[in-house]
Ligand binder design. Sequence first.
Ligand SMILES: [Zn+2]
Length: 534
Amino acid sequence: MKPLPNRAQIGQRVSLRLQDPEGGFRDLLGHLVAVNQVRKKDGQVVTFDPHLIAIWKVIPSNPISTGIFLYDTMSRAQREVSISDGKALRMYCCGPTVYRDAHVGNLRTFLLGDLIMRLVRLGGHHVRSVQNITDVGHMSEDINSAEELEDKILSQAKAEQRDPFVVARAYEAGFHHDIARLGISTSDIYPRASESIELMHRLIAELIDSDHAYIGGDGTVYFSASSYESYGALSGNKLAELLPGHRYEYEEGADSKRFHADWALWKVAGNRSEMVWDSPWGRGFPGWHIECSAMSLHYLDNHVDLHLGGIDLRFPHHENERAQSNCASLSEVTDQWVHGEHLLFEGRKMSKSSGNVVLLDDVIARGFDPLALRLVFLENKYRSQMDLTWDQIGAADSTIARWRNKYQEWSQAESHNDPEAVAAIIESIYALLRADLDTPRALVKLRALERDSSISDSSKAQVFAAVDNIFALDLTRAFTAPELSPDVQELIALRAQAREAKDFARSDELRDELATKKIKVNDGPNGQSWEVIP
Ligand SMILES: [Zn+2]
């Protein structure tokens, strides 16, 4: 007889046929979380009697290699992104806390997910992506008083004198608007914390049952950090070195939590009356970290191929999420952790207190194309800290305008294509992107191509159009002519006539005159074209 499931198979997907004591059979499909427990796709954990197993098997997964290498924070090395179930890359990206507009630094992190999704899809693979919307439970980290710290959404709602859910939905809409303007592809699902309370309750109950969580003296449910021996492996923080008071959840009082590094999964409501829910542990609200475990396990079928977030989330948020998820599923849930670096603005960390918070709206208000910001981000590697300036955004705006003009010009040129050469250039650019998203070097190649006179215009147009699948700078967009004054229009018409009449002296004179009016005239095989000098 085939041996029963053992601990070595925990974490794998299994199919079981059990004898029903009342006759017949019962089938179970899911991930083995204990030798007698399966977590089904809907998150429900079913306990069975192993002696009733009639037949069973581990469902083999045939992972797909994507050829994309990314730096994995956990193993501190570049690793190839792999689609573990052979179907779709399961990707989880920590989303915004919707108590304010996302600043451009936050948007840079969201762009990271977009680039990876585009690259994976370019390889012909599917992606299943989840990004959470934190609309409750994320507590303020500013410690200005001994008072209990407030939920970021609630304190903003108080400041705006609006209902907290109204505030959360407004900023959530703003987030969607911003990512659309930056050409960031959408995730498949955006679960909200406030609508995932049931999922969190189920997970917390499991963690209590397995002794990874406990109810503290203050009624709050805490995760026991020391119950997970691998705690700290992601961030490099050792439990012994985490001093009391280091973390904002630390509360004075011997009877609240047992160990200073433990964190709240479910907090008691106390005096709080808004954004609270009933639970098996009393009325209250969730801690921040538990939502990402509950959502990723639920929506991605207990396994995450790629987990993304800003570097500031590595600790404690991702460390805690890893502990929760791994303890609940008895497996290493996330294969690869990818973190985007910080963004500085004009040399300083972007923060409200420094007064240098820049929003996408500010970029647009200065007359720049929002995609200019995207280009500046692409000029920097996602893993390096970058210092953003207005000058860079302005320069990127001009570059995009120039590339769009050139694309129109090149695409109208007579076709002189060497398909193999074009394919080789495109591939050389993609190869750089597959090597840990080396967008700066990929852009260097694109700029070199722009200037390379040995390559035909039509080939350039083909390369630009192809790589724009990833860069997404809308390079093939036809230039929309700005309103020109009647004098300028007349000068442009006179210049065209002079050129046609081969009156070069006159045509040069008119070109110089137009230049003083910020119009640059270009002569191409199809006649004269012009662009506005920024
Ligand atoms: Zn998260």
